[in-house]
Write a protein that binds this ligand. Structure first.
Ligand SMILES: NC(=O)c1ccc[n+]([C@@H]2O[C@H](COP(=O)([O-])OP(=O)(O)OC[C@H]3O[C@@H](n4cnc5c(N)ncnc54)[C@H](OP(=O)(O)O)[C@@H]3O)[C@@H](O)[C@H]2O)c1
Length: 264
């Protein structure tokens, strides 16, 4: 840059500098992403990759004070803003939407999710409080967040919502009694968001329901060494690539991570 500016008047140098910055890109140039559950796992990687691509990232975490990796990332990458959000807290979702009133959000990523402990979902001794936790987190959370941020999406360029769902929510794929809370919650979020897609289609807002496949995160700790797990880096690249091709015509498609449609 110094070479380019050498020999120019002050005004010329400023113009040249701003032209150069316009071609190299500014923080938030690509748009704004909001991601839930951004303190670890797939959500943390979404924050990292979208910020690296020039997006402003509103990275939410249930307990920001304990979000060590995310805070460290936000310290070096000023495109990342960390916000507190428990996706089961309806008032907190409204408060965050109000705080960002007037801010366009191009991509809303409903990532936060829980499986619920296997013991609590054993038929015969079901723990219904745990059932409510899983449903409130995995189904009510994405519904409420999408509702609260509709205006932010509508005023953006891209107008896209992602739900990180799961192939575990494919009713067609069920051949055993395993994780009924989790499976039920992912089938339910697919159904709820397919409905929501009809409320948002006319406003140009599209929704993708995406299965990231088996990914090496805390959620899959018990599967380590028992099945092949993919890195968060690869999974996030794949899911982001699907978002790039998402259009209103494709809204509410249940996608596998490779872009192929999954059976309901
Ligand atoms: N990993 C896989 O193989 C896989 C496969 C299919 C689908 N998925 C889906 O991918 C998404 C991300 O999962 P992951 O693998 O990254 O899991 P993870 O490592 O266990 O991370 C889950 C994230 O969700 C957050 N979260 C949980 N409850 C929350 C709440 N009430 N409010 C706000 N945040 C909350 C967690 O925050 P805390 O740290 O505060 O708990 C954490 O940031 C989930 O929706 C999951 O169902 C994952």
């Amino acid at each position: 840059m110094l070479k380019v500016l050498k020999g120019l008047t002050l005004g010329g140098a400023l113009l040249a500098a701003s032209a150069l910055m316009a071609t190299t890109g500014q923080a938030g140039d690509s748009g704004t992403v909001l991601v839930t559950g951004a303190n670890r796992g797939i959500g943390l990687e979404f924050a990292r990759q979208y910020a690296a691509k020039g997006y402003k990232v509103i990275a939410t975490a249930r307990k920001p004070a304990e979000a060590t990796e995310l805070n460290a990332l936000a310290k070096v990458d000023k495109d990342i803003v960390v916000e507190a959000l428990d996706v089961t807290d309806l008032a907190a979702i409204d408060a965050l939407a109000a705080k960002y009133k007037g801010q366009a959000i191009d991509i809303l990523i409903n990532n936060a999710g829980i499986t619920g402990s296997p013991e609590k979902q054993r038929f015969g001794t079901i723990d219904y409080a745990s059932f409510d936790d899983v449903m409130n987190t995995n189904v009510r959370g994405p519904l409420k967040i999408t509702e609260a941020f509709t205006e932010h999406l509508a005023m953006s360029k891209q107008k896209k919502v992602m739900v990180v769902t799961s192939s575990e929510g494919s009713i067609a794929g069920v051949t055993s009694n395993r994780q009924p809370f989790y499976r039920g919650s992912k089938a339910a979020v697919n159904m709820v968001m397919k409905n929501v897609s009809y409320a948002l289609k006319d406003r140009g807002i599209s929704i993708a329901l995406i299965n990231p496949g088996p990914v090496d995160t805390d959620m899959m700790a018990a599967a380590r060494g028992r099945m092949p797990l993919r890195t968060t880096e690869l999974a996030v690249k794949e899911l982001s690539a699907i978002m790039e091709t998402l259009t209103v015509e494709k809204t509410a498609t249940f996608f596998n991570f490779d872009g192929a449609p999954l059976p309901w």
